[in-house]
Design a protein around this ligand. Structure first.
Ligand code: ZN
Length: 193
């Protein structure tokens, strides 16, 4: 008999192993894509591969619908309104004091050093002043502590940052919350501009 920190009194290592395996099984389920047997955490619906595929499909459809919209006057007004709302959010972000805070100065300096002053998209080396520490998931969609999470921060050049901001203004919050690193690299890499 022994005591495991998490599971308490155990009769044997076999018992512990069984409990751990059960626990893992309960924490995972299969990807929702028909035919896919990938085991994934409970809070996800799809495995990474199928998630990316669905995401690309969604964005593509969204782009097509935006292009169709742009052809009608009403659609143009809607798109302009969407951009206006987004710009307002951006302006608010820039002036609420976050980027002047001590924590941000420290965290952003850390990210620059961690990433060796290279942009996250093409991996080129830049001067300190040419790089922007960017929230991959936009800051306005995050809680206070998440805003300083370095996992969500990376370095972009001004040009890449402008491009990302322009794309962000066309996507809804749900998409923005889920668009990950790889998706953005795909969208922003200079071979596609
Ligand atoms: Zn899958």
């Amino acid at each position: 008999m022994f005591i495991d920190e998490k599971y308490g009194l155990m009769s044997s290592y076999e018992e512990l192993a069984i409990l751990k395996e059960l626990d893992n099984k309960m924490r995972a389920h299969r990807c929702a894509e028909i035919g896919c047997r990938e085991l994934i955490p409970l809070r996800w619906d799809y495995c990474d591969k199928h998630y990316q595929l669905r995401m690309q499909k969604y964005i593509k459809a969204k782009q097509i619908s935006n292009e169709t919209k742009a052809k009608t006057l009403r659609g143009q007004r809607e798109l302009a309104e969407q951009t206006k709302v987004y710009d307002k959010g951006r302006r608010y972000e820039l002036h609420d004091g976050f980027y002047q805070s001590k924590q941000w100065t420290r965290v952003s300096e850390f990210v620059k050093q961690r990433d060796g002053y290279c942009d996250a998209i093409d991996g080129n080396l830049w001067d300190k002043g040419d790089l922007i520490v960017d929230h991959i998931i936009p800051r306005r969609l995050l809680s206070k502590s998440e805003q300083l999470d370095t996992e969500n921060l990376w370095l972009l050049t001004k040009r890449q940052h402008n491009h990302k901001t322009a794309v962000e203004s066309k996507l809804n919050e749900n998409v923005l919350k889920h668009a990950g690193r790889n998706w953005w690299i795909n969208v922003l890499s200079s071979s596609k501009v």
